[in-house]
Design a binder for this molecule. Structure first.
Ligand SMILES: *Cc1c(COP(=O)(O)O)cnc(C)c1O
Length: 357
């Protein structure tokens, strides 16, 4: 069976070194030594300050909205993983979809400004499949209108824009370290918070709002990452450059061997790329359905990321008109893509794709 992704798992020997220490010290959560170490190492590796590790990317989004005290409508994209949007509804916000660019698959920044009204408190763009948004432009529009920007950078681990971390843009960026992402901590996530005061507030917020032994002044929640998760992250961070290099080779194999009627995502030329997904866009939905069937008959499971378009979510109140996102969602397919996939497996996939598009 070849699935769309395969979780990178470090050697048991390597993980055991951390486990032994955790077991002998007896500290398994609550801002332990490995959590603190992972935070520092991630800040160094990514080139940012104020990383706050949390239990998952969805909670990171929820905490970001709470921290910035968002209200009313939030401009966002219908072409993303559902958590970007469901977290908004969960926090009492109303997503307002703006259509995507059919080539970059990101929120079309040119459509943002005309959708801003006084009921809009923030923009939540997503660097879809690791493709950087036009961050300078988006930040400028937000500043002009006095609204916040939260980037969902769940796919954008290690991405640099003009040679600096993409996570430096917006008021907050969030990351997901779920097992299916290129860097993971089993379950996990993080916020990168530009403002130092807001960062301090967030540190308390993820620990019930407790700010001293006998002192609770603000509303909080429990969103802490534990030591076993942080240890997994430390094991993987050691190998992340190698993992991304291997993925680059897989990416190049696909690009050199896929032929025919396939459109690829257009990447932002001012930014680096992390090879986290391999989306292809076919000319119509029938072709996608036919290809999925042909691949699954060989036990190969691509995924229709992101399908259906989130404009079809039954729990949204706003009606939206996003024809490009609705169309792309029907025609996009993510092929199996992970560092340890074998050349023979890639060859089989490419043969089936080339025959069916
Ligand atoms: C994975 C993902 C999330 C949610 O992260 P979790 O850690 O799974 O909660 C949010 N947004 C996007 C775009 C994602 O891909």
């Amino acid at each position: 069976m070849i699935n769309v992704t395969k979780t990178y798992i470090p050697s048991l020997d390597k993980y055991s070194v951390y486990l032994k220490k955790i077991f002998s010290d007896g500290i398994i959560t609550n801002n332990g030594q490995f959590l603190r170490k992972l935070k520092k190492e991630l800040e160094n590796y990514l080139g940012v300050k104020n990383i706050l590790l949390v239990q998952n990317g969805t909670l990171a989004l929820q905490i970001a909205y709470k921290l910035l005290e968002l209200k009313g409508n939030v401009i966002t994209t219908p072409f993303t993983f559902v958590a970007t949007v469901s977290s908004q509804v969960w926090e009492g916000l109303t997503p307002k979809f703006v259509d995507i660019n059919s080539e970059t698959l990101n929120l079309d920044e040119r459509l943002i400004e005309k959708n801003i009204s006084h009921s809009v408190s923030a923009i939540v763009p997503v660097h879809v499949f690791g493709n950087a948004c036009e961050v300078e432009y988006i930040d400028k529009v937000a500043k002009k209108h006095g609204i916040k920007v939260i980037y969902d950078a769940a796919h954008a681990f290690g991405i640099k824009y003009k040679n600096k971390s993409i996570l430096n843009y917006g008021d907050i960026s969030i990351m997901s370290f779920h097992a299916t992402k290129i860097f993971h901590t089993i379950e996990g996530g993080a916020l990168v918070i530009k403002d130092d005061e807001l960062y301090k507030k967030a540190c308390l917020m993820i620990n019930f709002g407790i700010d001293g032994l006998n002192s609770i002044n603000n509303l909080g929640i429990n969103a802490k990452m534990n030591e076993l998760e942080a240890a997994m992250g430390l094991c993987i961070l050691d190998s992340i450059d190698e993992i991304i290099d291997n993925r680059k080779n897989v990416y190049e194999y696909y690009m050199n061997h896929l032929k025919g009627n396939i459109v690829f995502q257009k990447h932002n030329e001012s930014s680096s790329f992390n090879y986290s997904y391999f989306p292809i866009i076919l000319s119509n939905e029938e072709k996608v359905v036919k290809l999925v069937k042909a691949l699954s008959s060989e036990n190969i499971n691509p995924r229709r990321y992101f399908y259906p378009s989130l404009s079809t979510l039954p729990y949204l109140i706003n009606k939206s008109n996003v024809p490009i996102a609705d169309d792309i969602a029907k025609r996009v397919l993510c092929l199996p893509f992970y560092d340890s996939i074998k050349v023979e497996e890639l060859k089989t996939i490419v043969d089936i794709v080339n025959k069916n598009v």
